[in-house]
Design a binder for this molecule. Structure first.
Ligand code: PLP
Length: 625
């Protein structure tokens, strides 16, 4: 059975091999070149690249870019569409330099451009060594300097398009033209009437944060015309939200935008580009449905539908077919990165068969033991009620001083033994009462991972986004424990207790029994979009180590970049500490304690060694040397 649904979300990049480990197929066109993820992590660990470790598979990124472009090429060919397709990658999805460098390199054969959503991102896009005429789409709120920079960069061999998100930006653009003497290439972002779908549905519609309403678009046209600049208006953009799970709202939005596009062309604008934004979803749970963690269409259908809708409008309005631009980010970036972390501890409520507390024990303990003994398939719900009630009673008896701490502990153990027996019976039954079904969650073990949810999968915490999480080895063994995942932070939100499932969301994840003295590695997959930059420094857990892994063409792999994670010194400096001064202050206090005879020379030496070494070390737990 495909317990972790790898066949769904993992295809074609991740599978499980004969050895029961996750296997990466970085380039699906060369399926024989595979990487055993567990071996890879062990190799990297042996070289001192400690976990948690973010692995970026460059070949996967190359394949994603190629896949989208080939799907559009096929759609254009089959529909005999006379215009072209140009993708732009939205820098906001992952601004890491090595990553963007790869996007630009792998995108070159397809003339993939970049989309900037802010001034810093514009600076990244302008510094990229794109191919001749490289497309740069300037979105986001802009000030005068942003627009002037964009116009000046048109003198590079780039096609820089300023997309108006607010009507005020038109004035900035006029001023920038007056100052630089460079005619702008302008786009407008439309607020569509068609509703988006899912979590980001509000990205469009009248009340959307961004974009121009129909009357504002008409105002832009009129004002450009007055200045004799209507030829500068060349692009129409909309963005219907990210992770759009159903193809229907996408089709509707493209149709509406294509009509606006046609109207603009009729009004005299030199319309050349129709930019349909992002939204192409990722199937995080592999269910191929319109559930928010999935999508009910594939990239080829998306390309067919976009091209067909645009073509239809062109024919209806007798237009020159525009270049179709997409700003897909998630669909390009998500698959290439995997976070691997180690389980460093666990907490299980397993007490097995209890001992008879005996006739002298407190009545409540005897009662719990009797409940335990009486548990049978026909009375699971009743037994669960009895046990819960007795546990509550034991707690109040303790509160009022009638039960000692040892007895309270005994009551607690008896209660968990009852739950265990009830849940064991429930597993063999077809119809299980609802309360008893929830026992799985109540009794779930907690597996502590050496990572931070806030740093590495912030969307799991912030918006309950689902990511595939699973052990990366021991997959030939049945995972007999049901667990939730806890991270290192001192925050009760630092946990994962919702997991992908084909039918619904699972509250517990099957994992393997933890074996003392043996390392247990888990992977969080499809986390390459948005997570790195949204991640924060909660509890000062910093950036994780990251590596870029690339097939070497000879059946092996090479590590093309190693980006060291934050050291404790770095995170302290983010919050304005000076580590040198901190060392001095600690040393002074240690000296004072030594003079008072409270600490020995050896202890001072040990303390200072730890303090100074820690400053240079990783923010996560490290293995003892
Ligand atoms: N373009 C714009 C304007 C966006 O706001 C976004 C993200 O929400 C994107 C593109 C990328 O969207 P996605 O990652 O869904 O492809």
């Amino acid at each position: 059975a495909d317990l972790y649904q790898v066949r769904g979300w993992g295809h074609p990049y991740f599978t499980i091999n004969q050895a029961g480990r996750v296997e990466v197929v970085p380039d699906p066109e060369r399926p024989s070149l595979t990487i055993d993820l567990y071996e890879l992590v062990n190799d990297l660990d042996a070289r001192g690249l400690e976990l948690p470790l973010l692995l970026r598979f460059s070949d996967v990124l190359r394949d994603r870019i190629k896949r989208i472009n080939e799907c559009f090429a096929k759609a254009i060919d089959e529909y005999q569409y006379k215009g072209a397709y140009r993708g732009v990658f939205p820098v906001k999805v992952n601004q890491q330099k090595h990553f963007i460098d790869e996007v630009v390199e792998f995108g070159a054969p397809w003339r993939l451009g970049l989309e900037a959503g802010s001034k810093p991102e514009l600076l990244i896009a302008l510094s990229a060594e794109q191919e001749a005429g490289g497309l740069v789409i300037c979105n986001g709120y802009k000030d005068q300097a942003y627009i002037e920079t964009a116009l000046l960069a048109q003198r590079f061999d780039k096609t820089v398009i300023v997309v108006l998100e607010r009507i005020e930006e038109l004035d900035f653009t006029f001023r920038a033209f007056a100052k630089t003497g460079i005619r702008p290439t302008i786009g407008v972002r439309a607020k569509l009437g068609s509703r988006g779908m899912g979590r980001w549905a509000d990205s469009t519609g009248e009340r959307a944060k961004f974009g121009l309403t129909a009357s504002e678009i008409v105002e832009v046209v009129d004002r450009l015309q007055e200045k004799g600049m209507l030829d500068c208006l060349q692009l129409l953009h909309f963005h219907a939200g990210s992770q759009i799970s159903s193809i229907i709202p996408i089709k509707q939005a493209v149709r509406e935008a294509a009509n606006i596009f046609a109207e603009l062309a009729k009004m005299g604008a030199s319309m050349r580009y129709l930019d349909v934004g992002g939204g192409l979803a990722v199937d995080y749970d592999g269910s191929k449905t319109d559930f928010h963690a999935s999508k009910n269409y594939n990239i080829q259908e998306y390309a067919y539908d976009v091209v067909a809708a645009v073509k239809e409008s062109c024919e209806k309005y007798d237009l020159t077919p525009p270049t179709i631009v997409t700003e897909s980010g998630r669909a390009i970036a998500a698959h290439q990165s995997v976070l691997v972390y180690e389980v460093v501890g666990r907490n299980e409520v397993r007490f097995g068969k209890p001992q008879d507390p005996g006739p002298k024990a407190h009545k409540i303990l005897q009662q719990l033991f009797e409940t335990y003994q009486g548990i049978a398939p026909k009375n699971l719900q009743e037994a669960f009620h009895d046990a819960s009630q007795a546990k509550e009673e034991a707690e109040s008896l303790f509160k009022f001083g009638y039960l000692g701490l040892r007895e309270r502990a005994q009551a607690e153990r008896l209660f968990w033994s009852c739950c265990e027996k009830i849940s064991d019976y429930a597993k063999t039954m077809k119809r299980v009462p609802e309360e008893v079904q929830q026992l799985d969650q109540v009794m779930a073990a907690m597996y502590y991972g050496n990572f931070s949810v806030f740093q590495s999968i912030p969307d799991s915490w912030a918006i309950d986004q689902l990511f595939p999480i699973m052990p990366i080895h021991r997959l030939n063994e049945e995972p007999t424990i049901k667990a939730t995942i806890a991270d290192l932070t001192c925050d009760s939100d630092g946990k994962v207790d919702h997991f992908i499932d084909v039918e619904d969301v699972k509250r517990v994840l099957p994992v393997h029994r933890w074996r003392e003295g043996e390392r247990y590695f888990m992977g969080i997959f499809l986390n390459g979009a948005y997570q790195e930059i949204l991640g924060d420094l909660h509890n000062l857990f910093g950036d994780t180590n990251a590596v870029h892994v690339q097939l070497d063409g000879e059946g092996g792999y090479e590590v093309s970049h190693f980006v060291k994670g934050d050291t404790i010194t770095q995170v302290l400096e983010y919050v304005e500490y000076e580590p040198g001064a901190m060392v001095e202050r600690v040393r002074r206090q240690a000296e004072r304690a030594r003079r008072q005879g409270l600490i020995t020379f050896d202890q001072v030496k040990m303390l200072m060694k730890h303090y100074e070494e820690s400053l240079g070390s990783y923010t996560y737990l490290t293995q003892d040397e």
